[in-house]
Write a protein that binds this ligand. Structure first.
Ligand code: GLA
Length: 381
């Protein structure tokens, strides 16, 4: 072997060693501060074999940071969020990255009836002056400390989070045991497995409220992102953002994302539904039947080439384009999050389902186990 080849060989060997040490899947844990009531909270960094990382805190099960490569291999943080626990604890975090429950999305007037009994929930939201219950109430699953267990299974890093929501919590019946497991797979997917059991019938709707900006968080608006939603219908809303109960065809409307459209292309059109919600903030009825894991949405950002695909077993998806962001919150890189600087794709059951018998069932009964899975897959094109 001549000198050049030996050097090349040694170099390659060294590179391989360094790369494998750097990109070995695993989970590390750091302190993330204390809640106002003194509970210790941690932040867990999940790493996959490609060097992608997801930082998740057991406060609210929040995805704080998610790095993904662009078409040139440059990693950037593609989700909105804060650097400190204190910023998440303040009431004005609009659910950045959080786990949402017991009932994600809205319940009209915060009231539902189950087996002849009427339950009244806290009204913590007031779109256009009309009160409702939103995202689990005053202290939803986004504001509680979850029991956390780091996992490494078949070379895949994960984080198992568990929470017991007590009978009567936020007005909901039954002790609900919830387990959410995040996986950062070696295919650059964030896979979220949800499961729950109860000891009394109760409505349950679990989701994750990550806001994405595929240009990188803090890098402007998301209006040029190109979206596809695999949905021929959506659930139109009244002035209080509560579904009217109809499943309406998207054909010929700005809600038709069955073929690719930029988010900003039709968002300012003169459309009553868009006016009510200040933009897109609606539930789409996914085309797939049953609970088979299927492609629900995809988003492409042309300048970075980043491509996000969302797969889910859920029947619906709330596409929200950050209409309530107004520049008053500063994100991780110190830049303000302005109007439409992030979008959320919340896989879910339909909003206000307990008050709409024609919507897919959200009542979990004792003896049953709720199970659902959602995957956010990042790649480039
Ligand atoms: C959800 C709702 C929106 C808004 C955000 C949080 O996505 O659908 O209307 O309340 O949460 O700001």
């Amino acid at each position: 072997m001549n000198f050049a080849i030996t050097t090349l060989f040694a170099g390659a060997l060294l590179f391989a060693t360094v790369a494998s040490a750097k990109d070995k899947p695993g989970v590390s844990k750091q302190p993330f501060g204390k809640t106002p009531s003194g509970e210790e909270v941690s932040i867990y960094t999940l790493k996959n074999s490609n060097g992608m990382t997801a930082e998740i805190t057991n406060y609210g099960g929040i995805i704080v940071k998610l790095t993904a490569p662009d078409k040139n291999g440059k990693y950037e943080d593609v989700v909105l969020g804060f650097n400190s626990l204190d910023d998440y604890v303040k009431d004005n975090s609009p659910y950045f990255g959080a786990l949402i429950g017991r009932y994600g999305n809205r319940i009209g007037q915060g009231i539902f009836t189950l087996n002849g009994k009427t339950y009244t929930l806290a009204k913590n939201n007031e779109p256009n002056g009309i009160p409702c219950a939103l995202h689990g109430g005053l202290k939803g699953f986004d504001k509680v400390v979850w029991k956390a267990e780091p996992l490494l299974v078949k070379n895949t890093a994960g984080l198992k989070l568990e929470y017991l929501s007590k009978d009567g919590e936020e007005g909901y019946p039954g002790n609900l045991k919830v387990t959410v497991t995040y996986w950062l797979t070696n295919k650059n997917e964030v896979k979220i497995d949800y499961s729950a059991v109860t000891d009394k019938p109760t409505p349950v709707n679990l989701t994750n409220h990550s806001y994405f900006n595929l240009k990188g968080e803090g890098n402007g608006d998301i209006l040029d992102h190109e979206l596809i939603l695999n949905a021929d219908k959506f659930t139109p809303v009244d002035k209080g953002l509560i579904p009217t109960g109809k499943l309406e065809s998207v054909k010929g409307t700005p809600f038709d994302f069955t073929s690719v459209h930029k988010i900003g292309e039709r968002v300012e059109e003169n459309n009553e539904q868009l006016k009510i919600a200040r933009g897109y903030d609606h539930n789409w009825v996914l085309n797939h039947k049953g609970n088979k894991l299927s492609l629900a949405a995809s988003v492409y950002e042309p300048t970075t080439g980043r491509f996000l695909e969302v797969f889910t077993t859920q029947p619906g998806i709330q596409f929200y384009c950050g209409n309530f962001l107004d520049g008053s919150l500063k994100g991780k890189s110190g830049k303000p999050y302005n109007f439409r600087n992030g979008f959320a794709l919340e896989t879910q059951h339909f909003p206000d389902s307990p008050n709409h018998p024609n919507f897919p069932n959200t009542i979990l009964k004792p003896g049953e186990t709720l199970k659902s899975t959602t995957i956010f897959k990042l790649s480039t094109k």
